[in-house]
Design a protein around this ligand. Structure first.
Ligand SMILES: Cc1cc2nc3c(=O)[nH]c(=O)nc-3n(C[C@H](O)[C@H](O)[C@H](O)COP(=O)(O)OP(=O)(O)OC[C@H]3O[C@@H](n4cnc5c(N)ncnc54)[C@H](O)[C@@H]3O)c2cc1C
Length: 392
């Protein structure tokens, strides 16, 4: 009897698993379930959020990219009935599986801070990125009649990777908004509020300080060592300090999909600790990969960070292990060696530490190009998921 593999989520990890499984010509029925009929590049959502890119620039139709042999169900997973091997969907009938690959990705995380959900906006898909853009543009346009300075104040909460890359895109966009809404020159201000003392700690010191200088030279005020304690309508509080602003964007971090806790997994921030071969303890037919998985790094003893680069590598490992299980062979452990870290600061600049072929450090305009190269090589075999799938 042919086995059924259900792959949940058509992001980096989910699509890559499908691609590898079809490449390996496994003897199984493959069903991909994704809530949209399109794939979007999560790594570029911040560019859509400020209007430097359109949704069509960072997305493509999944069906057109999939081999005919793969079944696609466009629906939202609501939960997984793990005992009975069934995926519960919002609109369609449950889907039964023999093997499950859960790659449902990330959602924004509020860390329980008061007022975040009510008074700030975050982006974790195309719709929420467009909602951020609409809010910014509506608020800036309102200044013509409100003359409220706070309508021109943008507060970015969090200076992690997403926050910093967003700041870079804002630098690029602000002159255009100033012209578009006939605003006073220098009227739009951006404050970034971050709990940590060090910005971009994953990069070497000279690169992270170069990035901070680049942003501050372009008018961004970065308040590090400033933990946010509350978000209110029109301001962000750090204990007794109040930052006023009517555009509040929340980028402090992510958690895994809510489907994880809705399905009864033992989890922390909707992430499940998996075994070294990416399966779930006591559920040998389930793989968790990408941002829903907490994967131990045997070298450091810590968990790997959640990045697209690592999600894609996990997908390769999960697909190999699925093929092994179908053939009755043993599974292999996940190992990862990083290509490097690239942080863009808008389309024309950035910082990068590349680990391959020696340790290279880059800053400035070369990084825009480098991001494409690194992305093309690793994750972005990502930018070209569509072509990869098509050129089996
Ligand atoms: C602004 C930004 C920039 C980033 N830049 C980088 C970078 O430069 N390099 C890097 O390596 N990483 C980067 N990351 C991190 C990276 O985007 C994530 O680690 C990566 O997207 C995780 O891949 P995934 O496949 O697990 O999840 P996702 O890419 O989130 O894919 C999940 C998929 O599941 C679908 N889905 C979700 N819920 C449901 C449901 N209930 N039912 C059905 N389908 C569902 C979604 O629509 C989506 O298609 C960035 C993240 C952000 C937000």
């Amino acid at each position: 009897m042919v086995k059924t593999i259900a792959v949940l989520g058509g992001g980096y990890a989910g699509l890559r698993v499908v691609k590898c499984l079809t490449h390996k010509k496994v003897d199984a029925r493959i069903i991909l379930i994704n809530k949209n009929k399109y794939h979007y590049e999560s790594t570029q959502l911040h560019e859509v959020a400020v209007g430097n890119k359109e949704p069509s620039d960072i997305s493509f139709d999944i069906r057109a990219a999939l081999p005919d042999s793969v079944d696609l169900i466009v629906d939202a997973v609501t939960s997984i009935d793990r005992e009975n091997h069934r995926v519960m969907l919002q609109e369609s009938d449950p889907v039964e599986y023999d093997y499950l690959v859960n790659a449902l990705g990330f959602e924004s995380e509020s860390f329980g801070i008061k007022g975040v959900a009510e008074h700030s906006l975050s982006f974790n898909d195309i719709d929420s990125a467009l909602a951020v853009r609409a809010h910014i543009e509506r608020t800036l346009a309102r200044y013509a009649t409100s003359h409220d300075q706070n309508d021109l104040h943008i507060l970015v909460c969090g200076a992690g990777f997403t926050g910093i890359e967003l700041l870079g895109e804002l630098i690029e966009r602000i002159p255009e908004w100033t012209r578009q809404y006939s605003l006073p020159e220098g009227g739009i201000t951006v404050d970034c509020i971050e709990a940590g003392k060090k910005i971009l700690p994953m990069l070497p010191e000279n690169l992270s300080s170069w990035a901070v200088k680049y942003l501050t030279d372009h008018g961004i005020k970065i308040h590090s060592g400033t933990p946010i304690t509350e978000v209110r309508a029109g301001s962000v509080l750090s204990n007794d300090t109040e930052f006023p602003g009517n555009i509040i964007i929340w980028t402090t971090g992510v958690q895994g999909s809510h489907v994880i806790c809705d399905s009864g997994y033992s989890q922390k921030r909707n992430r499940v600790v998996v075994e070294n071969d990416l399966r779930v303890k006591d559920h040998p037919d389930e793989f968790l990969i990408g941002d829903v998985a907490a994967v131990p790094d045997p070298d450091s003893g810590r968990f790997y960070p959640t990045t697209a680069q690592i999600a894609v590598a996990q997908a390769d490992c999960a697909a190999s292990n699925l093929a092994a299980l179908l053939d009755g062979r043993p599974t292999s452990d996940f190992h990862f060696s990083s290509v490097g870290t690239v942080c863009s600061l808008g389309p024309g600049s950035g910082v990068a530490a590349i680990d391959e072929l020696g340790h290279w450090k880059f800053k400035g305009h070369k990084v825009g190009l480098l991001k494409r190269i690194v992305n093309d090589r690793s994750v972005l075999e990502l930018a070209h998921v569509k072509e990869m799938l098509a050129s089996r």
